[in-house]
Each structure stands twice: as C-alpha cells, then as structure tokens.
Ligand binder design. Sequence first.
Ligand code: CA2
Length: 145
Amino acid sequence: MPTVLILNGPNLGRLGSREPEIYGSATLADITAACQDLGAELGLGVDLRQTDDEAELIGWVHEAAELRLPVVINPAAFTHYSYALRDALAMRTAPLVEVHLSNPAARESFRHTSVVSAVADGTVAGFGVESYLLALRAIAQLLSA
Ligand code: CA2
C-alpha cells in the first residue's frame, strides 16, 4: 500500500485552541484520524507529521523525494516566503498537493503569495479539514493515472 506523507508546518499543532472562525475547531489529531479513515478507504497509508522547524520540514521533504512518496503539505506561514522549502519540494519524485484550511487569497495580502504552488500538482484551500481529504483524493487519482 503506498504511503502518503501529510506534512504540516508551524503552529498547526495548536489547531483547535484559537481562531476557530478561521481554522475551524478540529485539532491536528482530528485531522489525522479523518485522513487515516479516508486513506484506508482509498488504499493509502497515511503518515501525518507536524513541525515548527523549517529544517525538520525540509528534511521530511528530502525523505519523501528519496523514497518516492507522495506528499500533501500545509506549509502554514512558510507558504508565503520559504524559498528553501520551495526548492526542496521542487526535487519531488511523486505527486505533491498543497493544502490550506483557510483560503489565503481571501485574507491579508501577504498570504496571497505562495512560493510553493508553482512546484505542486495543485492546491486545495478554504475547506477546513475537507481540504486535506480532497487533497488525499487528488493524490489517489494522480497515483492511478
Ligand atoms: O489556512 C491554512 O491552512 C494556513 O496554511 C494556516 C497558516 C497560515 O499562516 C497560512 O497563511 C494559511 C497558519 C497556521 C496557524 O495555525 C494556528 C493554529 C491554532 C491557532 C491559530 C493558528
């Protein structure tokens, strides 16, 4: 069974504790459970990780490239400025989907730029937890194409 790495950037470990009007009330544990359930349905293993550390996140992206693992990534604030993360993601060897809980295009102007989008197969944003589930379905489709 192929394993999908679902990578989450800074502060996403705090989901459910603040700003539910923007990010919803689900915790990262709730997102993990929802992704594992859907993964089982789609025949995909799910390995969901979160870090506040850019170097650790880039290390996981390198690991995915080496092992040819598909990736769903919510880079959080790194989305908007981390050229290092973007360069790491550009080395990908399997499908890559960018995901956001909120819709950054409808928020502050600094969130309108994603330095990651251009190296991803696609982006899902604005649907809360459902964004992750749609991204997983997209990965399943890309793997079967
Ligand atoms: O909408 C998304 O998923 C974001 O990637 C979330 C990032 C934000 O910087 C991006 O522009 C859009 C921020 C995650 C912050 O997570 C929080 C968790 C708990 C309470 C408050 C924020």
